[in-house]
Design a protein around this ligand. Structure first.
Ligand SMILES: Nc1nc2c(c(=O)[nH]1)N[C@H]1C(S)=C(S)[C@@H](COP(=O)(O)O)O[C@H]1N2
Ligand SMILES: [Mo]
Length: 447
């Protein structure tokens, strides 16, 4: 059929669309309104349920993150706990596993609410503008935190900033904006959680004011429009909501199962997505940084190696044979890496407190002029000169603990050079990053 030059028909073509301003064409160009998103999943009852789990997960990640932070940066008034010995293994395992689980939860949560992006007018005043800004901050900070955290577990740092400091600071931004968000949304959260997901009914006695139910779907309404519309029954919408929540749950559980084996041995075989297999490595233990990467392959095996000890009562220089001639102690302790993998092992070596006693005058008297050997921090320096993990401080609590070792042997053999030969620190409930390998010098920190 030939069109005979009628301009109206031609207007559907690309050139014509630009040239005319018919209402239909314009309507297709404007952004959608929140009500135009028809999925039953865009519903405060779904948002609130996903949000509840996400909130609990964020709380867990935050608290375990604080534990890690204060183990690595002790406060003068906060005691460093040395028990349970597997404490950090648990808290950091939970930190990383929960952080990973937050990713699908956050995506699901954002999916349920994203029609609100198209809210009109975009701002209804100063308070509303501030509230929207705080949500933007929360979303941006959360995404940044979860993604950089995930990259960190893969030891992939496609950025210039120092991860640890930024991760810690951003955690406070997330928590602050989250508290504000929950506070602002509390009325709709309460209503939504008390309403049933399945059939669109609000449970008896629930306040209806912050939401409105139409077509079996609960909508939040702008302030002032508080009249509830009677709940309609919509089995299909209810099934969609239930199915969505089930899919989110399956995703979270599945993702966790596929990654948590890096710290839970029985799941190691199915942990195809975790960056580390805790069973693979010399002497059955993974390695984070090899001797070659730390540039210590020669110094670590040099027979001239001596442990230099410094304390208030003098200095000592001990060969590996000297150390092996001292009383040996055995301890089963995990390496628990900040990146989430952990593995337990049997270590043998000299108690750190016995070494400290050699350079403190209370070795025999039980407390000389400079006080008990175990009352002060110990600075530990590695042969490693490059990188940031070449030194650490053993807090006094760890120095005093009988299982804190300068380990010489692992699983009944000499330490592998990648595990820190000739000697390394291993202490209970201590972040892996502080279990300094290839120790060269230890000095009592003078008060
Ligand atoms: N000198 C030194 N010690 C170090 C490190 C390092 O890079 N250099 N890495 C630490 C980290 S991050 C971890 S998790 C443990 C790993 O110990 P492993 O390689 O014996 O398993 O060693 C710690 N000790
Ligand atoms: Mo680590």
């Amino acid at each position: 059929m030939s069109r005979t030059g009628g301009r109206a028909e031609d207007a559907d073509g690309p050139a014509g669309a630009a040239a005319t301003s018919r209402p239909g064409a314009l309507a297709r160009l404007r952004p959608p309104a929140p009500e135009e998103f028809r999925s039953a999943v865009h519903d405060p009852r779904v948002t609130a349920r996903v949000g509840l789990f996400l909130g609990i997960a964020f709380l867990l990640v935050f608290v375990t993150g604080l534990v890690s932070h204060f183990l690595q940066n002790p406060l003068p008034w906060l005691p460093v706990l040395t028990t349970p010995v597997w404490g950090y293994r648990l808290t950091q395992g939970v930190h990383v596993a929960t952080g990973i689980a937050c990713i699908p939860l956050l995506v699901a949560k954002l999916y349920t609410v994203y029609p609100a992006l198209f809210e009109r007018p975009p701002v209804r005043g100063v308070v509303h503008a501030l509230e929207r800004a705080s949500i933007a901050l929360l979303v941006a900070a959360s995404m940044f935190q979860l993604l950089t955290g995930l990259f960190n577990t893969f030891q992939w740092y496609p950025w210039q900033f120092g991860f640890v400091g930024v991760h810690y600071a951003t955690a406070w931004v997330v928590v602050g904006s989250l508290l504000l968000h929950v506070g602002v949304k509390l009325p709709i959260i309460v209503t939504a959680l008390r309403a049933r997901v399945v059939d669109g009914e609000i449970a008896d006695g629930a306040p209806l004011s912050p939401g409105r139910i139409t077509d079996g779907t609960l909508h939040s309404v702008p302030d002032g429009d508080l009249a509830p519309v009677p709940a309609g029954r919509d089995p299909e919408a209810a099934a969609t909501r239930r199915g969505f929540l089930a899919a989110v749950a399956v995703t979270v559980v599945g993702l966790t199962a596929l990654t948590v084996g890096q710290t839970v041995r029985p799941l190691a075989a199915v942990s195809v997505l975790s960056p580390r297999d805790p069973r693979v490595g010399p002497q059955g233990l993974p390695i984070n940084k090899t001797a070659a990467e730390a540039h210590v392959t020669e110094t670590a095996v040099d027979p001239a190696w001596r442990l230099e000890l410094e304390g208030p009562a003098g200095t000592r220089s001990l060969s590996r044979d000297d150390l092996l001639a001292m009383p040996q102690h055995e301890a089963v302790l995990p390496i628990a890496c900040v990146e989430g993998w952990s593995a337990s092992a049997r270590w043998q070596g000299v108690r750190v407190r016995d070494l400290v006693a050699l350079v403190t005058d209370d070795a025999s008297s039980g407390g000389g002029a400079s006080g008990p050997a175990t009352a002060r921090d110990l600075s530990v320096v590695s042969l490693q000169e490059v990188g940031s993990y070449g030194r650490s401080v053993l807090p006094a609590e760890h120095v005093a603990h009988g299982d804190t070792l300068l380990a010489l042997r692992l699983e009944g053999e000499d330490l592998d050079v990648d595990h820190g030969f000739p000697a390394r620190i291993i202490a209970p409930n201590r972040p892996g990053v502080l279990q300094t390998k290839w120790v060269a010098r230890m000095s009592v920190v003078q008060a």
